[in-house]
Design a binder for this molecule. Structure first.
Ligand SMILES: Cc1ncc(COP(=O)(O)O)c(C=O)c1O
Length: 430
């Protein structure tokens, strides 16, 4: 399939009919970024029900890492689904579960051995991380960051501080959660006071939160996205994580890296935190892990994952078919897609930097690998840009305060980037 190919007005007649029927019965909490009604996907292209073809630079929110319906992923799903659909990995054994845990454990950073628990969604992995951190340390509190998005279940929502409407009306939240400024240097809360940054946001904790609000001995964990996804693809300086690690070590606090959006090779390394050289104690993965099938992983150093049988589990977690998709995804990431994310990520970054140099309305281009954002100057501009791209056959997504995120599948080519850049340029020019 090629993209963009636009055959009707958007949304087309078949899409409009489905949208009308949908409005009667689905939960009004759903967002629906733009009126895209999907019929099928192939590689970097999505076709809607009216035969319009779109270039996909959002991957179903950073999920379809290997592109839509990659032949190798389909073949492994097909083979597994003919053998076994379900038996429950919490209570019984099957090889794909064991094999996926072995593969992920081997990827765990640092010298300590890792163990892996498989779940169904990102939020579920985050819930597991909260439970494990509390269980292992015997402490209650967790520190998270402004701009963070960790999911919609109660624990994960309590850690989330991205948009107030995601929490509004649902309180009280989990107690003992503290939110602190993220290392988002272009919106630094301290810049005016400390023009020469010494990662003051982290260093101020000792004298700030730990002296005034909570004793560090009450804190089980700090949970951090190595690059905030929904928060705006913000990349903190590497020193942010080095200092965070040191602070955690000083007080016996666990460091949880939420790699649900940033992991799986998207930034050019398997885990985005690798760019800083920092080794976390717990890692959460989901989204791209199954190339579109629901699966998540909670990884922890072996000496931390000591919870006893029966303390945590799930009926569907690590479903055999999702495990097969994840094993195929890992093979593809390790045999070239991660390297492609680095190369094409650099190319995409350059194209966007060129646009930013020519159009005043772009405030900043930031990100790493194939996790890039374009921040606008004028309020509301990102939302207008997102809609205009859709109308021209390019799928992007909003993020942060006033930015759009570009997170194409890792199979993306230079040609795809040229097409996307061309569309973006037309949108900016108009
Ligand atoms: C960093 C991060 N953590 C957790 C989640 C929650 O994942 P899920 O929607 O699969 O529950 C998301 C989802 O966007 C995410 O980006």
């Amino acid at each position: 399939m090629n993209a963009p190919v636009l055959r009707t007005e958007l949304p087309g007649p078949k899409a409009r009919a489905i949208i009308t029927r949908d409005a009667d019965v689905t939960s009004p909490s759903l967002i629906k970024e733009y009126p895209l009604v999907v019929a099928r996907g192939e590689g970097t292209v999505i076709e809607d029900v009216d035969g319009n073809q779109f270039l996909d630079f959002m991957s179903g929110i950073a999920v379809t890492l290997t592109g839509h319906c990659h032949a190798e992923v389909l073949s492994r799903i097909h083979a597994q689904s003919k053998q076994l659909l379900h038996i429950c990995g919490t209570d019984f054994y099957y090889d794909t579960y064991t094999e996926l845990c072995r593969r992920l454990a081997a990827l765990g950073p640092g010298d300590d051995p890792w163990r892996v628990y498989l779940g169904n969604s990102g939020a579920e992995a985050v819930e597991g991380a909260i439970k494990l951190a509390r269980y292992h340390t015997g402490r209650s509190d967790i520190i998270a960051f402004h701009g963070a998005f960790h999911g919609r279940t109660y624990g994960a929502m309590s850690l989330t501080a991205s948009k107030a409407k995601q929490r509004a009306g649902f309180g009280p939240m989990l107690p003992g959660i503290h939110h602190l400024p993220y290392g988002d240097c272009s919106n630094c809360a301290y810049n005016l006071i400390f023009p020469s940054c010494d990662v003051h946001c982290v260093e101020s904790w000792r004298d700030g939160i730990f002296r005034r609000r909570v004793a560090p001995t009450e804190v089980a964990a700090v949970i951090v996205e190595p690059i905030q996804g929904e928060g705006g693809h913000c990349v903190p300086p590497p020193d942010f994580f080095v200092r965070l690690r040191r602070l955690c070590d000083d007080y016996g606090i666990l460091l949880i890296a939420d790699e649900i959006q940033s992991g799986m090779g998207r930034t050019g390394t398997f885990f985005a935190l690798e760019h800083s050289g920092v080794v976390p104690d717990i890692i959460t993965l989901a989204k791209g892990l199954g190339s579109g099938l629901p699966i998540s992983a909670l990884m922890a150093k072996e000496y931390i994952m000591t919870w006893p049988p029966g303390s945590h589990g799930s009926t569907f977690g690590g479903n055999p078919v999702s495990c097969a998709a994840a094993l195929a995804t890992l093979d593809l990431i390790q045999s070239g897609l991660m390297a492609n994310a680095k190369v094409i990520g650099t190319y995409l970054r350059k194209s966007l930097d060129d646009l930013a140099a020519r159009y005043d309305g772009i405030r900043e281009i930031r990100g790493r690998g194939l996790m890039i954002a374009m921040e606008f100057t004028q309020p509301g501009e990102a939302a207008r840009f997102e809609q205009a791209c859709f109308q021209r056959g390019l799928l992007v997504l909003g993020c942060g305060q006033n930015a759009v995120r570009l997170a194409p599948p890792l199979i993306v080519t230079r040609h795809d980037v040229d097409v996307a850049a061309d569309i973006m340029e037309h949108v900016l020019a108009s």
